[in-house]
Ligand binder design. Structure first.
Ligand code: UDX
Ligand code: UDX
Length: 458
């Protein structure tokens, strides 16, 4: 079959994988190829056991793989043969040198740009899918178009707003698709070409076109606003615990104001995920670089409040359990940063578990999808940690259960059975407010929700 367009995506991760699978599904006349430097990951994409868990992803991949969706490690060949190249390599926070701990590490991005330049024999549209600091597209444009008479490269920004766990839904029915390009003839033509890809299933009035810098910045700002809402309601939860107000009631009451809106107001042990912290710190760094320390401090506080919430959660566990958890078994229910994903990047469970281990607790972790990653994060043989797929077994002999992830599996467990096998007094710390706290109290538990008065038997 001859294809109308050929798309390559460099970086077959959480973003690249699902995004390209949906493009292939919706555009049968477009050939979509994903490449990655990680050969094991590509082999997994070609197997029955995909490298990431995402509801609905299996079907979309299996329906299109081998038809117009391909996973390979042949990056140079892929570059040479494609018209549009998405770059979705990771851009972690820099761990060294200037901007360490704040700025985005752009080495993979720049390396990829130079590889595109080397392997290209015809004009290309290069699309930033990775979240990048504002003005990166411009730098990439300079690198790519540094060879004067060679092929022409048009750099677009097309940030991805999908959330993990709902990636396929978000891709199929996005609130908006954002694409930014240069205000030149070639820039506008490239925007048309990318818009046409999405228009195969997204109504055109949901496709927003901006200049390239607005698009880059809008992605960072969207994540900063979302994280800010979580930190705001978590700040309120601390006050609720001191005043007997109930954070769920407060959230419901304010969320009914249509100017505020009801989404993203769930108080929790803290936000995690690969993007929020990284993107806010990146925003903070950019503000400082542009001589705006007050603006930087304002956003940085969103991250600090998130750390405070996690530390406050563990602090409360320790103080309520008679100021010591040394030698006590603690069942940690959930390690993923949110439900319906196996991803544990920046999961609050990591910080909470590390803190419990410093206090010499015996931590037993259970999670329906994230045990493999939990082992990687905390270590397979780290003293004090065990991993147990069965939550009932994890809770056997435990002094406390700590809910870290809002998996629906945890809501339907038989808590009487769990209580019966636990050490007494038995404690539950519900870091996601997903359980029926009155019922747990009646079963004999001492119950500590987030942002509500505790229910205790002493
Ligand atoms: C990544 C970025 O981290 C994020 O900033 C952006 O918003 C979207 O892309 P994600 O897909 O979650 O997010 O990252 P990850 O799952 O780590 O995937 C990146 C992939 O790129 C990895 O599979 C990695 O092996 C690959 N990669 C990295 C390359 O193929 N080439 C490189 O040079 C570097
Ligand atoms: C986020 C953005 O939502 C998405 O648009 C962007 O592309 C990537 O970053 P993601 O990190 O996958 O997506 O998950 P999200 O659903 O936003 O949750 C982030 C964290 O906030 C999770 O740990 C979640 O549990 C927490 N959260 C979210 C709350 O604690 N309370 C809420 O009300 C909402």
């Amino acid at each position: 079959m001859t294809f109308k367009k050929r798309i390559l995506c460099i970086g077959a991760g959480y973003v690249g994988g699902p995004t390209m699978a949906v493009i292939a599904d919706k555009c049968p006349d477009v050939r979509v190829e994903l490449v990655d430097i990680n050969a094991e990951r590509i082999a997994a994409w070609n197997s029955d056991d995909l490298p990431i868990y995402e509801p609905g992803l299996d079907e979309v991949v299996k329906r299109n793989r081998g038809k117009n969706l391909f996973f390979t490690t042949e990056t140079d060949k892929g570059i040479t043969e494609s018209d549009i190249i998405f770059v979705s390599v990771n851009t972690p926070t820099k761990t060294f040198g200037q901007g360490a701990g704040l700025a985005a590490d752009l080495q993979y991005w720049e390396k990829t740009a130079r590889q595109i330049l080397r392997a290209s024999t015809s004009d290309k549209i290069v699309v930033e899918k990775s979240t990048l600091p504002v003005r990166t597209a411009e730098a990439m444009d300079r690198i790519l178009n540094s060879n004067g008479s060679g092929p022409h490269f048009e750099v677009l920004s097309n940030p991805e707003f999908l959330a993990e766990g709902t990636a396929i839904e978000d891709l199929l029915d996005p609130d908006r698709v954002l694409i930014g390009g240069m205000n030149t003839d070639t820039g506008q033509k490239a925007l048309d070409s990318l818009e046409d890809v999405y228009a195969a299933w997204v109504p055109r009035d949901r496709i927003i076109r901006t200049n390239v810098w607005s698009s880059e910045l809008a992605k960072l700002v969207a994540n900063a606003f979302l994280a800010q809402r979580v930190s705001s309601i978590n700040a309120v939860s601390a006050l609720c615990e001191r005043t007997s107000a109930d954070v769920n009631e407060v959230a419901h009451a304010i969320g009914r104001d249509s100017r505020i809106g009801s989404k993203f107001l769930k108080s929790s042990v803290g936000f995690g995920g690969s993007c929020f912290k990284k993107d806010i710190l990146n925003l903070v760094y950019i503000c400082r670089q542009h001589g705006l320390p007050e603006v930087a401090d304002y956003w940085e506080q969103v991250v600090r409040m998130n750390e405070y919430q996690q530390d406050r959660f563990v602090g409360r566990m320790i103080s309520e359990m008679f100021n010591t958890v040394a030698g006590k078994r603690i069942a940690v229910f959930g390690f993923a940063f949110k439900a319906d994903t196996g991803d544990t990047r920046e999961s609050p469970a990591i910080r909470v578990c590390r803190h419990l281990l410093e206090e010499r607790a015996e931590v037993c972790i259970t999670d329906p999808k994230a045990l493999k990653n939990a082992r990687y994060d905390l270590g397979q043989d780290t003293p004090g940690v065990t991993y147990e797929p069965d939550p009932y077994k994890a809770a056997e002999g435990a002094h406390a259960v700590a809910i870290m992830t809002e998996w629906s599996d945890f809501k339907s467990l038989d808590y009487k059975r769990i209580h019966d096998t636990m050490a007494k007094p038995a404690f539950i710390f519900d870091g996601r407010n997903i359980l029926d706290h009155d019922k747990l109290f009646d079963l004999g538990f001492n119950v500590y929700p987030i942002g509500k008065a505790a229910r205790t038997h002493h």
